[in-house]
Design a protein around this ligand. Sequence first.
Ligand code: SF4
Ligand code: SF4
Length: 432
Amino acid sequence: MSKLHSVRLPHFSASAEQSTRKIPAPEVVAISMAQHIGAPCEPCVAVGDKVKIGQKIGDSEAFMSAPVHASISGVVKEIKDVMNVFGRLCKTVVIENDNKNEMYEELEPPKCDTREDFIKAVREGEAIGLGGAGFPTHVKLGYDKSKVNIEYLLLNGAECEPYITSDYRELMENSDNVLAGIDLIMKKLEIPNAIIGIEEDKLAAIDKLTKLCVRYPNIKVQKLPSAYPQGAEKVLVHSLTGRVVQEGKLPSDVGCVVMNVSTAGFIYGYIKTGVPLIRRRITIDGNIVNNPANFFIPVGTLLHSIVGFADVRKQPDRIVLGGPMMGSCAFDPDTPLGKTNNAVLLFAETVEQKPTNCIRCGRCVRACAANLMPTELEQAFDARDVNELQRLKVNLCMNCGACSFVCPAKRNLAEKNQLAKDFLRAATAPKK
Ligand code: SF4
Ligand code: SF4
């Protein structure tokens, strides 16, 4: 198997061995109708409505979508457009907590007799990729069996960015549900094999899951090299099976379905209880946090509630949602956290490093797992050269940030690629 390009990152994982805690219930949550990739939902509640935990508050008829549920009980105070961390306005339902903590009475385990029932239930439960991508899981599982032959369910437990340990805690605290979820998906979709990929530095999780897998002969645990970006979908498929997902193709084209370990654990819990995805585990860490740990937060918790709750030595001057490699800096303390947020990192005394001229060292090229030429892509974007950006295949960039990380000239290569993709999309869109 050929070796993919990768980088070694420092291992900051101070929260890894702390059990997950709960934050106090927030007074208010703001739940975006766009928690996933695909069509946003439309609210199915109105201002003044009383809602309970787990009650549906938004849905869409689009296939590429997933419903949204209330994460606290209370009253719908407002429905308004809120700017998310990527600068996009999203319709958002604001719920004021009545502090009664009431569950919606109609929640019950979904009917799950056939493959179709199961996929429908996964959609109703609001399952999406919890690793950060937010791809609706029912779309991933709803592949056309007559067109693709799925041989492997691949579970992403790589968690390769520094600081983030939420999937690791899922593997340590909810391992029975993770394995039962994998087993359930395999049975419902008739997938013969499953492989859980875990980076080699997470020895306790590897050990625990390997022992538990004795009960599941078709599920195996595979150690992954501790190299970034091991958790990227195409990289994971290659590392676990040796198969290559070609440009424009999906993992299903090479017989694989990839899912995050936390998503598998959630699906099993939902099928047993009927409680949809209303909370998630996030890592709170950073250079000013005294006690880094993981916390369960209701979906829609506002960032300032987290910052107010975190045990910090001083006020942060930079807040990153997600990991330091692929996360985004938050610009508004009222930003609501969604289902795809796996970390809040709080930093102070960060130093802005000014880019200098490229010294043509080639490190960015050697770091790129997608085999791209980041330095040439940067020049093509600076020249707004559509043909060159297409020739250099900027659309294959995963925005993993490895090129920027290794660049001694501190050039913002990954950021430029993100801008270049947006530019190319706009430049090649059909004229209206
Ligand atoms: S950000 Fe894009 S160009 Fe840079 S290393 Fe990652 S995939 Fe390659
Ligand atoms: S790593 Fe930086 S300095 Fe080296 S070739 Fe790439 S852009 Fe230039």
